[in-house]
Structure formats: structure tokens, C-alpha cells
Design a protein around this ligand. Sequence first.
Ligand code: PLP
Length: 440
Amino acid sequence: MRKSHLIKPVLGNNYPVISHGKGIYLYDKDGKQYIDGSSGAITANIGHGVREIAEAMWNQAQHVSFIYRSQFTSDAAEQLAEKIAEYAPVDLNSVFFVNSGSEATETALKVAIQYFQEQGNMTKTKVISRWTSYHGITLGALSMSGHQLRRQRFTPLLEDFPAAPAPYCYQCPLKETYPGCGVKCADELETIIQSIGPDQIAAFIAEPVIGASGGAIAPPDEYFARIRAVCDKYDILFIADEVMTGMGRTGKMFAMEHWNVIPDIIALGKGMSAGYTPMAATIVSDRIMNVIEAGSKVVMSGHTFSANPQSAAVCLAVLDYMEKNKLQDNAEVTGQYLITQLQRLQWKYPLIGDIRGKGLLCGIELVRDPISREPFDLSTKVTDRLLSICFEKGLLVYPAVGGVTGFSGDSIIISPPLTVTKEQIADVIDILDQSLSDLT
Ligand code: PLP
């Protein structure tokens, strides 16, 4: 008999089959309920099974689902671009649609290089990122990522891009302490630029709040203003990777708004479609587009499914739903509540070293010793064990493990849909409490 099957993330694992979802809950075929405490991979921002989105899908499908972007445009894609540009800072007015966050950051990289090429500058081809970072799984995006676990198998294929230390104050890579450090990690960017030569560097890319590789690490308030100034000084573009943080997740439409710093390019994904369809985008500033328009007039990137009207209609409906239900505001309010509840757990369980985050993107770092902040050894698989206990008890949380060079970086992300209520957060905390108790 022929044996065919879906390739799953870990072969041999027994993945429950989900039958349906409603709000923050998912249900498997045996009727077990899961609280989606991580919105999947920080994606299902408006929750599951929203009727308005299903209706928007049906409405668009009745007209046309696919057109090829080199031949036509569509009302849905045009309206979505307009809508996203309205949310974005004033001079970020041009939107390029792709299908995943990796494609969005990789397009950002290509646009940055093209911007300099169009001006006759052919040497600015490197992008500086940070050691604690994740920008995607395709080779260009992975080249810009510091995530050790995800890089190691493909290192020979990756571009040797330079990396700066991240503003990871709890485990400072420079062994400094904030605020006495004077945010030295931002100054390090300048040192790296000077050592490589600004004529080699097209852009600096950063997640406003570090996600998969660190577990919701927000920088000190002055960090991004310093980064912006350094980029400007050396004519280097600043790319904000808002794939995880964008579209209201942190309580602002874009997380960079927390620090009033305006990037040149923004990468979006995940929450843009809230998981109802694969869709992502790269938002580009007028400064860059003016150069391309005066030059080749062609943004050299794109995919077959880019800007398909079916996905665009879904994203428009998602944004509409977010606005109507004021989900961005809810993320801010319930996010603060979630942090205070997590802090209560910290008193109870010494292995909780750090609680952090912005809005509904919260992280817990687990350590062997909360005083010295000594991390667990990778072999203890403490995050994996906590995750499976939570899963067993019907709570989904997201692992941020193995992203940091040199140690395990055992963190979990808690990021329920932006529709979550305080009562539902209390349920999340309850299960987490029981799970931590079982673990320790
Ligand atoms: N950038 C960031 C900040 C991410 O968190 C991710 C995914 O986790 C990506 C890029 C890649 O997105 P995707 O998995 O949709 O390709």
C-alpha cells in the first residue's frame, strides 16, 4: 500500500486534527478545547471563525479570485494598499504585496539594494541585522536573521551579513546594565558600520519587539531614535520588520509608533490577514519610490500570487473588523492586564526570570537561577516541557528557543487574539499556573 502523508514540523509527532475554531478557542475532532494563547504563531489577531471574513471571501470569490499583477490590478488590492498606507507614517505610501513575512523582509532587502543601484551606487549590498533576530526562512531573510537553530543547517548558503548586538537588557550581550550602559548596543551599530564601511551597507533591519528568537524583547525607549540617527548619518536605510508586531499587536498599529521613529521600509505579515489567507506586504517610503520611478520604474521582486484580489479582500475585511471592534485599543488594555497577571506568577515560580513585552505580545524568560540569571542548559528542554504540559491542559503558547547564540534562551510568548477579554486572560493564567506547578 502506498504511504503518503503531509510533512509535519516534527515527523512522527501526533498532531491533533482541528475541526473548527471560534474566537480565542480551537476545537479538535475529539472535542477538546484549546485556548489559542499564542494566536498560532502570533497571527490569528481577530480570533477564529469570524463570519464577516467568511462573507468577504465568498463575495470576492464570486467576482474574481486571481488575476496576474503584470496584466491587471483590482479594486481590492488598490483599496488595501491605500488603507495600509493611511495607517503608515506619512511618507510611507507605496505597498508591495507578497505572501509571507519572509517574502516581505526579503523584498525589503531587495528594494533597499535597488534604491542605491538606481543611483549608480553598486557597492551598498549588505544589510546589518542583530544577533538576536528572526526575519524569515527564505535564504535572503535567513541571511539577515541571527536565529541560531534556524540558520545552522544552511549556514554555507547564507550571505555573510554583519550583525549588531540586540538591546536584550535581561541577558545583555555586551554584559552591560541599563541605564548605566548608555544604550551601548545602539552605538555598536556605528562601530560596525565604520569597520565595514558605509559604502558597503544598504540597510539595517530590526524587529521593534524581538519575537521568535528572544520572546517579546522590547528595547529601551531611546534605542530606536539612536539607531535612526546612525542610519541617517551614514546614508543607510532603516527597515522595521513589523511582521509580528504590526497591525495592532502591541497596542499601536505599528510598534515603531511607541518610539515615534519612522523607518524607510516596513515589512508586514501575520496579523495583516490574521491567518485567514497567506498575505504580507512591504511598505516603501516616497524617498525610495521616487528614485525607482525616476529610474528603472520596476520593483524587482514579486510572486505569482502577489496582490491577488482574493487575499486582498480578506485583509480589507480583517482591518475593517479590527477598526469596528477597536482591537488595537483592546490589545493595549488587556496587554497591561496580562503583564500584571504574569508578574503575579513570577512571585510564585523562581524559574520565571523575566516578564516583558508590549501590548498583547508578552514573553516569559525561564532561567535556572533568577538571581544570577543563569539560563537552563539546552538539554533540559524546559520550554518544550512547559509547552507540552500547557498543550495537554488546553493552552497554546509559543516557544522562543535556540534563537540566541551561546545559550538556550528559554522563553515563551503569550499572545492571544486581540479580541481576548480579561476573564479569558484569567483562564490563560490559571492554566499557566497549573502547568508551571506541574513542571517544577
Ligand atoms: N519576520 C518576523 C519578525 C517574524 O516573526 C517572522 C515569522 O515568525 C517572519 C519575519 C517570517 O514570516 P513567515 O513565517 O510568514 O515567512
